[in-house]
Design a protein around this ligand. Structure first.
Ligand code: UD1
Length: 355
């Protein structure tokens, strides 16, 4: 079997790692196409190096741009690549512009399409990711769902007969990495100590692109009564600079994005996490660090139901949310057992000739 993976953004490299290893273990051919959506070394290369992912076979180098330009440039670049490799499966990951571009390119060429992390929904139609994931699920021949909640969403949209629940591949890589780094002290700026800092990330368009909203979020983080390790996505840095918002005052200690093992170590040793990232909410739960999510909703509702995550939109509620009592311990495993990548490969083999 020949699988062609299309990735481009940081969270997709994390998801690609266990899939690349599982395909290799099972002796399948794997072609990796990097769209170039993320291109800074600390947003891209370090993930390939740290997670042992083979160098991409093809790099489209599309870079940043408006949604239309970015997605359209990917589409134009993908056609000849897909025709040339003629894979048994095109595999797309998550919900970014690289996902929807890969999905459209595949189905227009009548190539079988599988969507990893299918069935997640925020039901917030102002999020670009929500359109990317809904449209990709409906284009896909095989929806690889991480959870039973995701299976339910796919069923409600009439996609049951194309759905397989595999578990979550980010859980595979998170648990494996945590086992390696759990006893390693995280690298922290002066003044921060393990167990005594809050780890924060903010990058979503709905939080960064409105200057008043961004100023409120930064002020909320800066006012927290514990040091805040803010690992800053380039979009946050660019928007803060554009609007004259200082990322270095109050409790804030702003650093560049961390590589994956360093991020896992930083989560393990944080007293709490504040984020608008989907992946980080789930990693915080897996590593049992309480999380506060600066969004109106989350796709990973299991983290809310189990009490390890709360949503905050009114920033005056951030300090009490961050300092809330510890959630009840749980051994619930809604995201699987760390073997989702092997089940994903098995599903690709089993459904190879369905069409
Ligand atoms: C994208 C995904 C988002 C995902 C996030 C993870 C879409 C619509 N969104 O958002 O779902 O959570 O990746 O990080 O695909 N930039 C750089 N260097 C880089 C990459 C980006 O400087 O290597 C800056 C550019 O100013 C760029 C901006 O960040 O315009 C936004 O990048 P983009 O890839 O458009 O979206 P993300 O916000 O990263």
């Amino acid at each position: 079997m020949k699988v062609l993976s299309i990735v481009g953004a940081r969270p997709q490299f994390v998801k690609l790692a266990p899939i690349a290893h599982a395909l290799q273990r099972a002796g399948h051919d794997h072609v990796i196409v990097h769209t170039g959506q993320h291109y800074d070394a600390n947003m891209s290369e370090v993930f390939f190096a740290d997670l042992g992912i083979p160098t991409p076979d093809v790099h489209l180098g599309v870079g940043s741009g408006s949604h239309g330009v970015q997605t359209g440039t990917m589409l134009a670049g993908l056609d000849p690549i897909l025709l040339d490799h003629d894979p048994d499966w095109v595999l797309v990951y998550g919900d970014t512009n690289s996902t929807i571009a890969g999905a459209l390119a595949a189905v227009k060429l009548h190539l079988p399409l599988a969507h990893l992390e299918a069935g997640l929904r925020s039901f917030n139609r102002r999020m670009p990711e929500e359109h990317n994931r809904v449209l990709t699920d409906h284009a896909a021949d095989l929806c690889l769902a991480p959870t039973e909640v995701a299976r339910g969403h796919l069923a409600a949209e009439g996609l049951s007969n194309r759905t397989v629940v595999t578990g979550d591949v980010m859980t595979d890589v998170c648990l494996a990495t945590a086992a390696r780094v759990r006893d390693t002290a995280p690298e922290l700026p002066p003044g921060l100590a393990p167990g005594a800092y809050i780890l924060a990330t903010i990058h979503r368009a709905e939080n960064t692109d409105d200057p008043a909203r961004l100023a409120d979020i930064v002020a909320g983080l800066a006012s927290l009564p514990h040091p805040v390790l803010l690992t800053a996505h380039p979009r946050l840095v660019a928007k803060a600079a554009e609007h004259g918002i200082d990322l270095g005052h109050g409790s804030l200690h702003t650093v560049a994005p961390l590589d994956y093992p360093a991020m896992v170590a930083a989560i393990v040793h944080a007293r709490a996490v504040v984020t608008d990232s989907g992946g980080l909410q789930k990693e915080a739960f897996l590593l049992r660090t309480p999380c506060t999510t600066v969004r109106t909703e989350t796709e990973w509702t299991e983290t809310l139901d189990l009490g390890w995550n709360v949503l905050v939109t009114d920033l005056t509620q951030l300090p009490p949310a961050v300092d809330r009592p510890a959630p009840a311990p749980t051994d619930a495993a809604p995201y699987g057992d760390g073997k989702a990548a092997d089940r994903t490969v098995a599903a690709l083999v089993a459904h190879q000739h369905d069409r």
